[in-house]
Design a binder for this molecule. Structure first.
Ligand code: NAD
Length: 258
């Protein structure tokens, strides 16, 4: 690995498993100390212990203002500064058609996926200001923030909102030397899909979606982490405000033919 992040400090939320874990592993492999944040303390602790750089785990709920302040303070206590943020934690919510979607479920998904990203962005900007430094932030958006589906209304609403956070924060952050981008993954097999229904022909929702991408397959967490690392690195020094899809081409399909 090139060591693009040697000696830098990265916060990764939702890093106990899935895409966040792969991101933590990629950033550490390239030299970053990682603050592994997750609501699942055991998972975060295990990931941090396995990284090749000195790294720490912090249990935090990203939708909670005090918890976000706490993981930021823990990072500064241990490492003295933060250079990079990957704000990744998110939930699918239930697969429920519009008439049956409850207010409680709608609010729960938006609290984690939108308020959580807002709090993470605000804390990142506050830290970069306190350091009088620039910095980089990547949020995990989704192709669900660029498209629609019948039974994931709260989730796709939340991911459309995340795009708005990225656009606004990047315009504010640009003159301060802070770049803000999003990676919009397509279909990647993780625990996120545990609640996905089985549909046509006994295939899972994930299998059907993956098989209709131009690349005809799901992605891997490592392929998403590579995009995150690029966007956080100086290789992307002139890139800000972008929603970068890593989706096997799913979002450009108009008609699927064999
Ligand atoms: P995952 O369920 O495997 O991992 C999510 C992690 O976030 C878990 O470790 C979980 O404990 C943690 N988490 C959940 N709520 C939290 C909270 N309130 N505070 C702190 N941590 C919390 O899912 P994943 O697939 O790795 O998803 C990560 C991100 O990627 C999410 O934002 C998701 O919307 C997005 N995404 C995933 C896919 C995909 O195909 N897997 C596609 C598009 C977008």
């Amino acid at each position: 690995m090139s060591g693009r992040f040697d000696g830098q400090v990265a916060v990764v939320t939702g890093a106990g498993r899935g895409l966040g874990r792969a991101s933590a592993e990629r950033l550490a492999a390239e030299g970053a100390h990682v603050v592994v944040v997750d609501i699942d303390e055991d998972a975060a602790t295990a990931v941090a212990a396995g990284l090749p750089t000195a790294s720490i785990a912090v249990r935090a709920d990203v939708s909670d203002e005090d918890d976000v302040a706490r993981y930021t303070a823990a990072a500064v206590d241990r490492f003295g500064r933060i250079d990079l943020h990957h704000l990744n934690a998110g939930v699918f919510g239930t697969f429920t058609p519009l008439p049956d979607l409850t207010v409680e479920e709608f609010d729960r998904v938006l609290a984690i996926n939108v308020r959580g990203q807002f709090l993470g962005l605000r804390a990142a900007f506050g830290r970069y200001a306190a350091q009088a430094s620039g910095g980089a932030v990547v949020v995990t958006a989704s192709i669900a923030g660029l498209t629609g589906s019948a039974d994931l209304l709260a989730y796709q609403t939340s991911k459309h909102a995340v795009n708005g956070l990225v656009h606004g924060a990047s315009v504010y952050g640009g003159p301060l030397g802070i770049r803000v981008n999003a990676v919009a993954p397509g279909i990647v097999p993780t625990d996120l899909f545990a609640a996905a229904p089985t549909i046509a022909g006994g295939k899972t929702d994930m299998e059907v979606r993956a098989s209709t991408t131009p690349l005809r397959r799901a992605g891997t967490a490592e392929e998403i982490a590579a995009v995150v690392a690029f966007l956080l690195s100086e290789d992307a020094a002139y890139v800000t405000g972008q929603i970068v899809s890593a989706d096997g081409g799913a979002t450009v399909v108009n008609t699927v033919r064999p």
